[in-house]
Write a protein that binds this ligand. Structure first.
Ligand code: FAD
Length: 326
């Protein structure tokens, strides 16, 4: 008999990333379905002061490893520390973020804990005490339901921005237990981390994304997308064609070899809709495409299509948004 459901959080630069709260909310649903308490795992430097916040999203108790050596994510230190904590908890299932670090962590943690990992899941259900997780495969062309054989430990990494996040209940604080986990000497360490201080919304956490492709014609024209994004409170993304041309940094790339995003609204501007791009944004909740070619494949995926020259449409649209807001 298992004793709990575990959720792994992601603590960076003094705060939990939003995906930690989404995973906690999903973990709460799974724990309730299995009739078990929900335990959180929080690892980092200075994380003790914030750990009880996980309770706002349904975690009952948080096990904390707080050490200056854990300031940055390094697999060699995080994996053994987390594995040691989880091994003592006897979980029925482990949920964690399918963020960039989370994908690296989950694969290594699953190997160490001999768990069965379903990576990058978009839905978790529990039917009669049996867990199932849905994950997109073949660049999002198919959806696979994963089940675990009896006795296997399910580990589910959750795609950011997909699972419903509970509204924070600040009156519900989690109990916090500090753990004296031994932090191993790592052969590699992060010397420094350059944080983006531009105040830009991170693509994988953005509720609205405005993305530009080769149709933007040049880097200077992205200013019209940035203006629209500013009005909408959106992040700016790009197709690989725009990134390969050197118009945008690789961190802006959406798609199979870029970021997988799930905003409420994705506006694709001057993007044709190649399968590799769709793999990164196809599960967005509402898709708008702006393209002068009515045959562009992006329109088959879009909820709303604008067949127009983007240089005519975008500035007018931005002005309309500005007027509506004022
Ligand atoms: P194009 O396909 O050239 O489309 C430009 C569009 O702009 C056209 O539809 C055109 O009608 C429209 N347009 C032009 N001018 C205007 C105008 N004035 N007004 C309105 N519309 C206009 N791609 C990604 O995006 N992300 C990935 O992660 C990715 N990974 C890949 C991985 C592999 C292994 C491979 C082989 C490819 C990958 N690609 C990826 C590339 C992908 O196949 C496409 O080449 C790329 O997405 C095309 O980018 P695009 O739509 O901006 O350009």
């Amino acid at each position: 008999m298992a004793d709990c459901v575990c959720v792994v959080s992601e603590f960076r630069a003094g705060n939990f990333r939003r995906v930690s709260f989404e995973v906690a909310s999903e973990g709460r649903r799974v724990a309730d379905a299995l009739g078990l308490p929900l335990y959180g795992i929080a690892v980092g430097s200075g994380v003790s002061d914030k750990a009880e916040e996980l309770g706002f999203y349904g975690v009952d108790k948080v096990f904390v490893a707080d050490d200056a050596a854990l300031e940055h994510y390094v697999a060699e230190t995080y994996v053994p520390v987390m594995a040691e904590i989880i091994q003592g908890l006897n979980p029925a299932a482990i949920l964690l973020p399918a963020s960039v670090d989370g994908k690296d962590l989950s694969a290594r943690l699953a190997a160490r804990l001999q768990a069965g990992l379903a990576q990058d899941c978009t839905e978790v259900v529990c039917e009669n005490g049996v867990l199932k997780a849905k994950r997109p495969i073949f660049a999002g062309k198919c959806l696979a339901w994963c089940e675990w054989s009896q006795g296997a430990l399910p580990m589910i990494s959750c795609r950011p921005n997909v699972m419903d996040c509970k509204a924070a209940d600040a009156s519900r604080k989690a109990a916090v237990e500090k753990v004296d986990a031994a932090v191993p000497e790592a052969r590699s360490r992060a010397l420094s981390v350059d944080l983006d201080t531009s105040g830009k919304v991170e693509l994988t956490e953005a509720e609205i994304i405005v993305s530009g492709g080769r149709g933007m014609k040049g880097p200077e024209n992205f200013t019209i997308l940035e203006e629209l994004a500013r009005e909408l409170g959106a992040a700016v993304g790009a197709s690989r064609a725009a990134v390969d041309a050197g118009w945008r940094p690789h961190s802006d790339q959406v798609g199979q070899t870029g970021k997988v995003v799930n905003p409420n609204l994705y506006i694709a501007v001057g993007i044709s809709g190649a399968i590799q791009h769709l793999a990164g944004m196809g599960s967005s909740k509402f898709i708008v495409a702006v393209n002068k070619d009515p045959e562009a494949p992006i329109f088959s995926k879009a909820d709303f299509g604008v067949v127009e020259d983007l240089f005519n449409f975008v500035p007018v649209f931005t002005e309309e948004v500005r007027v509506l807001k004022s």
